[in-house]
Design a protein around this ligand. Structure first.
Ligand code: UT7
Length: 342
């Protein structure tokens, strides 16, 4: 049988800032409580990047961690894909900044898909490898939310949710027989799913600063009253998240003639423990087959999935041969899933 290229994940890594902000710490700035946050979201604490630390720096450190856990050397990387919604600069994006920090000469592209960014990054890496254009791709998800969220009462429905962090994966081309790939018995990305619905764009968005008006990129008033902070209609976003994550899982299971029982671990985007539980319940995934770390980090946006993968490898749950389904949903709206034989 003919040979084809599989995309194998050769290493995953993560980096989180040292500073921990607990739910109780938040009560100093806003009218909230540890009990409310835990009950409604499952979050106990989150990490906060120190002043002067940038999103590209977190991403770079996560990439170094991934290299330290992989046989692939940074010099072998021929493409970088980096996802963020909190870039160092309005332009250029963080991919070139990570490339410069790593000192490797390769193309570096930014991906804007918010909480689905890392999932889409794996999808694009897989497609690039299958097209035989690239052999070793670094996919990074990195976000610093703490600089843009409103830590006052007004922003409490958003600010208690988010944390800072980064994760990275190295995806490499491996020649395999097509027969082995079809039977899904070899390590590699098997299938991917992506979706978008721009009619939900303003339901979870940071619309200022921006070029769509009024007349300035950002006004003095907007800075003073912090109206640049992200806005979210939580209830609507919650419902869309559950629906689209379920849709993504169903699509990959059906297309690959699998049932939820065949999946060893579900790796969901960490937005809210109630969203994760609702999705798991729908497919009857027992919670010990679901990777969860939202209690420690909150929602780290594009870093959420690689943080779970990295911790799952480190604690011995994600071992070679396991069948893994990642699923994400985020601003845009965007959503996606990846079926991976580890
Ligand atoms: O990563 C992208 C995807 N993101 C998501 O999927 C997030 C989706 N949304 C959610 O997770 C939830 O909607 C939230 C956690 C944001 C909110 O939970 P909820 O159960 O939908 O609460 P709610 O917005 O309906 O608010 C319930 C009450 C309100 O008070 P009243 O009107 O009932 O008096 C809020 O003002 O809770 C109040 N509230 C808070 N109270 C204490 C909202 N935020 C807080 C807070 N602390 N931080």
């Amino acid at each position: 049988m003919s040979e084809i290229y599989c995309s194998e994940i050769m290493g995953v890594g993560h980096f989180v800032p040292e500073r921990i902000m607990t739910n109780n710490d938040l009560t100093a700035f806003m009218d909230t409580s540890d009990a409310w946050i835990k009950e409604r979201t499952g979050i106990s604490e989150r990490r906060i990047a120190a002043t002067g630390v940038s999103t590209s720096e977190l991403g770079y450190k996560a990439a170094l961690n991934a290299f330290s856990r992989s046989d692939v050397k940074k010099e072998e990387i021929d493409l970088i894909i980096a996802a963020t919604l909190s870039p160092d600069y309005y332009f250029p994006g963080i991919a070139v900044l990570i490339q410069n920090r790593l000192q490797i000469p390769c193309p570096a592209i930014d991906l804007r898909a918010q909480c689905s960014g890392f999932s889409w990054g794996l999808t694009i890496a897989h497609a690039m490898i299958q097209s035989k254009q690239y052999k070793n791709i670094l996919v990074v998800g990195s976000d610093i939310h703490s600089r843009i969220i409103d830590f006052s009462d007004r922003g409490r429905n958003v600010s208690v949710l988010f944390g800072d962090g980064a994760g990275a994966a190295i995806v490499s081309a491996k020649k395999r027989s097509a027969e082995a790939h079809v039977k899904n018995k070899v390590s590699g990305i098997i299938d991917n799913y992506m979706g978008s619905d721009g009619s939900g764009a303003e339901l979870l968005a940071m619309t200022r600063p921006g070029l769509s008006g009024p007349e300035l990129f950002i006004t003095k008033e907007e800075v003073e009253n912090k109206s640049y902070s992200p806005y979210m209609e939580g209830g609507k976003v919650f419902k869309h998240a559950v629906t689209r994550m379920c849709e993504s899982i169903t699509a990959l299971l059906e297309r690959n003639h699998l049932t939820a029982d065949d999946i060893d671990f579900l790796v969901p985007h960490q937005a809210n423990i109630r969203i994760i539980s609702a999705v798991a319940e729908k497919f009857k995934f027992p919670m010990d087959k679901v990777i969860v770390n939202i209690h420690k980090y909150g929602n780290t946006t594009s870093a959420s999935l690689p943080l779970c993968l990295s911790e799952g490898v480190a604690d011995g749950r994600l071992t070679k041969g396991k069948l893994i389904l990642t699923v994400a949903f985020g601003s845009g709206f965007t959503w996606g899933a990846n079926l991976i034989r580890w």
